[in-house]
Design a protein around this ligand. Structure first.
Ligand code: SF4
Ligand code: SF4
Length: 102
């Protein structure tokens, strides 16, 4: 584990890079789905586009779930959703991801 931690950033895997981030989690989500639109959606590109795996398919509930706590605030899902079903805001001040290098 120590060797992996000391590897140069460009040699780290995505999972190792994500491990370096710190999150200050807000009690309320800054990502709200329009569930009625999502129920009709066959593409579900949100499941594929998010580098942090925020969107997951819940087979039991038959719906997309949102783990906003791990959001990297990259904005990709907002652009990629073909239905515009994501009400995307920045987290409230003081909350969200903290990047070590900028
Ligand atoms: S967020 Fe967009 S891409 Fe994802 S299920 Fe809803 S409508 Fe489909
Ligand atoms: S903003 Fe980026 S990290 Fe956050 S949920 Fe959307 S795609 Fe995932």
């Amino acid at each position: 584990m120590t060797e992996e931690f000391l590897k140069p950033l460009e040699e780290k895997t995505l999972a190792e890079k994500l491990f370096l981030l710190r999150f200050r989690v807000d009690g309320e989500s800054h990502l709200i789905l329009n569930k009625e639109v999502c129920w009709e959606c066959d593409e579900r590109v949100c499941l594929l586009i998010c580098p942090s795996g925020v969107y997951r398919w819940d087979e039991g509930k038959k719906e997309v779930t949102v783990s906003y706590e791990g959001c990297l605030e990259c904005g990709a899902c907002r652009i990629a959703c073909p239905q515009g079903a994501i009400d995307w805001k920045n987290p409230r001040g003081g909350f969200g991801v903290a990047y070590r290098f900028g």
